[in-house]
Design a protein around this ligand. Structure first.
Ligand SMILES: NC(=O)c1ccc[n+]([C@@H]2O[C@H](COP(=O)([O-])OP(=O)(O)OC[C@H]3O[C@@H](n4cnc5c(N)ncnc54)[C@H](OP(=O)(O)O)[C@@H]3O)[C@@H](O)[C@H]2O)c1
Length: 241
């Protein structure tokens, strides 16, 4: 199987690239950090190729399509993993921060979908990564939650268009750099990126459009949604992202 993975230079995306390549699949990865992607290529060999571009730029998106066209690479599965939670401005209050949340977490993956479905031999499945924090209010970073909610809504609606399947995963906390708590100390509530990657590799075979992973997050979400906002916020601040 041929797959395209965005966010391939770190965290869940990088773990997914390794998981897919080790299972014998041919993978192209996308992220901005060319050096890290080259190290991943040195590790994984011919089964892995990459395009180092900024997804939040039309030029970056065009570069992806032309590089894939040039290589004659037509992915069957596309995993839209790239995302951003914090920027240099950790106050979450500037216009620039809010714009980045929307551009990277919603607009870029939707634009990439639009470009890929119009290529010959379009993919037969897109997997979009949302967050359980998109299912509930996020007073710390409302733009992140809004972008991830819009992303989920778009890919739920898109399912079946042109015969293309879409899947949406609401991930619970994962121990990666994007998770503010995990940056300092591993979160007990969080799973490892390799667990998320294993789930994502098998996901296209599962029925249903939406999935919450891991199961513990699904249970926690079902309980927390009935708490008053203030109590929910206090409990979830450590794991939130
Ligand atoms: N970790 C969690 O607790 C958690 C929970 C729920 C959902 N999620 C979602 O899971 C996904 C992966 O998160 P993660 O924890 O693996 O994060 P991460 O370790 O920070 O990785 C994010 C990836 O996205 C890429 N990326 C960010 N902005 C980009 C841009 N403008 N252009 C191209 N690539 C870009 C980064 O690469 P470069 O910096 O090299 O560009 C990196 O490879 C995200 O969508 C996140 O919202 C994570």
């Amino acid at each position: 199987m041929k797959a395209l993975v965005t966010g391939a230079s770190k965290g869940i995306g990088m773990a997914l690239v390794r998981e897919l390549v080790h299972a014998g699949h041919e993978v192209w990865g996308i992220a901005r950090s060319g050096d890290t992607l080259q190290s991943l290529k040195d590790e994984l060999g011919d089964k892995f190729n990459y395009i180092a571009v900024d997804l939040v730029s039309d030029k970056g998106l065009e570069t992806i399509v032309s590089a894939l066209d040039e290589a004659g690479f037509f992915p069957k599965k596309v995993f839209l993993v790239a995302g951003v939670y914090s920027t240099d401005d950790e106050t979450f209050s500037t216009q620039q921060h809010r714009q980045m949340m929307l551009d990277c977490n919603y607009t870029a993956p939707v634009k990439l979908y639009d470009l890929l479905v119009h290529r010959p031999y379009s993919p037969d499945c897109f997997v979009a990564i949302s967050s359980i924090f998109a299912l509930l209010p996020d007073p710390l970073n409302p733009s992140y939650a809004a972008a991830k909610r819009a992303l989920a809504d778009f890919f739920i609606q898109a399912n079946g268009n042109g015969g293309i399947e879409t899947k949406v995963v609401y991930l619970g906390p994962v121990n990666t750099a994007i998770n503010r708590y995990a940056k300092r100390k591993k979160s007990l509530m969080a799973i490892e990126p390799t667990q998320a990657a294993r789930f994502l590799r098998h996901l296209p075979k599962k029925t249903g459009v939406t999935h919450i992973y891991p199961f513990s997050s699904s249970v926690i979400y079902q309980i927390l949604r009935y708490l008053p906002n203030s109590m929910y916020t206090a409990l979830m601040n450590k794991a939130r992202r």
